[in-house]
Design a protein around this ligand. Structure first.
Ligand SMILES: [Zn+2]
Length: 391
């Protein structure tokens, strides 16, 4: 199990002057290539799923595979929702296993961006999950992301950044200092002085979106000025597409889907390894395993009996629905004893994503209402306890 708290990972990178790669994945080929690249470089990595890509794959199914990959690898990873559009997106992502979320309200005026971001931060922090905000506007010029990020680039102002971070409580900040999503037209002009003053005044890990097309020198200067997470996708998608195009000419007369996709992982993996080494996160996995908090779920377990003449079915059905919707709850198992003579006949097993959910769940108004009005009147005899997954 190598799922880790992203705060520890990015704070370590910020303090030690390197950046952790956040590669967006859109298929199993991407996921496998990311893990292979991170393992071969002994690097921490962020498995990133962008809401703007959800039209290309089923987020819930992709999360099951992503979580399985995270549990299987030995390098430290975090699973991040990239460009979440709403509070509900963040709640769903946490339920499905993301342990970091980005809220992107950067197209709204500052006051609305702050209000929307703060509502996500309040919810996510109650679940133990860190949040990345975005201030300024990283536009898209060309490439797949262009239509998702229309408009002109707006630079992040250092004064606004201070207000934004203080007001919202975000853990990491995506800044706009001259990069764009997708491919660049010409040489990108980055405002390093602006980045420097943002970093000086905030002191939290900074994030760059739109890493494709930057020079080695530009990456080095970004990282020196507090950039600790770099989002990277377009160049990987291009590497995969080039491979498919070359397969196409070879497979013109024979071969189907699998022949077209053959070998697409290798060029993606090569590009990712180049980035990981360039950004200095290679051979950092061991250090991080020693200093970062492992990300562990908690099971909130209740076993209970109901009074002789009561029929608990309706209460159980309602509880399943109400409790599963509370932020930080991953799943709700309602059980009935297999044997008739069991000491306790019924159970709830509510899985929390993080120990912080113990408190926020207990105090959540929907839980309080259900427990007081529906559950406790029926379940007079009950035992409950919270269990943290052991290492
Ligand atoms: Zn982005």
């Amino acid at each position: 199990m190598a799922l880790f708290d992203m705060r520890g990972m990015l704070n370590h990178a910020h303090q030690h002057g390197y950046a952790i790669a956040a590669f967006d994945l859109v298929s199993l080929d991407f996921l496998e290539a990311i893990i292979k690249a991170a393992e071969s470089c002994q690097a921490p990595v962020i498995l990133s799923l962008a809401e703007s890509h959800f039209e290309y794959f089923d987020f819930e199914l992709a999360m099951a595979a992503t979580e399985a990959a995270a549990k299987r690898t030995w390098v430290p990873v975090a699973i991040h929702l990239d460009h979440g559009a709403s509070l509900q997106s963040a709640v769903s992502a946490i339920r499905l296993g993301c342990n970091g979320v980005m809220v992107d309200a950067s197209t709204f005026p500052l006051s609305e961006n702050m209000a929307r971001t703060k509502s996500v931060v309040d919810m996510a922090h109650a679940c133990g999950v860190p949040v990345e905000g975005e201030l300024g506007y990283v536009a898209g010029v060309e490439g797949e992301d262009a239509e998702k990020h229309p408009g002109e680039l707006i630079y992040t102002s250092p004064e606004e950044a201070v207000r934004y971070v203080e007001h919202t409580g975000v853990d990491f900040l995506a800044v706009s200092i001259g990069t764009v999503h997708g491919r660049m037209r010409g040489e990108p002009q980055l405002d390093f002085d602006r980045l420097n003053s943002i970093n000086q005044s905030l002191g939290i890990p900074l994030v760059i979106h739109g890493g494709t097309g930057l020079s080695n020198e530009q990456f080095r200067k970004l990282i020196e000025r507090g950039v600790s997470k770099i989002n990277y996708f377009t160049a990987l998608a291009d590497a995969a597409a080039d491979q498919i195009r070359s397969n196409l000419s070879a497979a013109q007369t024979q071969g189907g889907y699998t022949a077209l996709l053959k070998g697409i992982q290798a060029p993606m993996q090569a590009e990712m390894e180049r980035c990981i080494r360039l950004w200095g996160s290679d051979e950092r996995a061991g250090e991080l395993l020693a200093v970062c908090q492992a990300w562990r779920p908690v099971d909130h377990i209740i076993i209970y009996n109901v009074s002789e003449d009561s029929d608990p079915e309706a209460m159980i059905a309602e509880g399943r629905k109400v409790l599963a919707a509370i932020p930080g709850v991953r799943e709700v198992f309602a059980g009935k004893a297999v044997k008739d003579d069991a000491g306790y006949r019924y159970s709830w097993n509510v899985r929390f994503c993080h120990p912080d959910v113990i408190d926020s769940y207990r105090d959540h108004p929907e839980h309080v209402k259900f427990a007081n009005n529906r559950f406790r009147p029926l379940a007079s005899d009950r035992i409950s306890s919270d269990f943290l997954e052991t290492a």
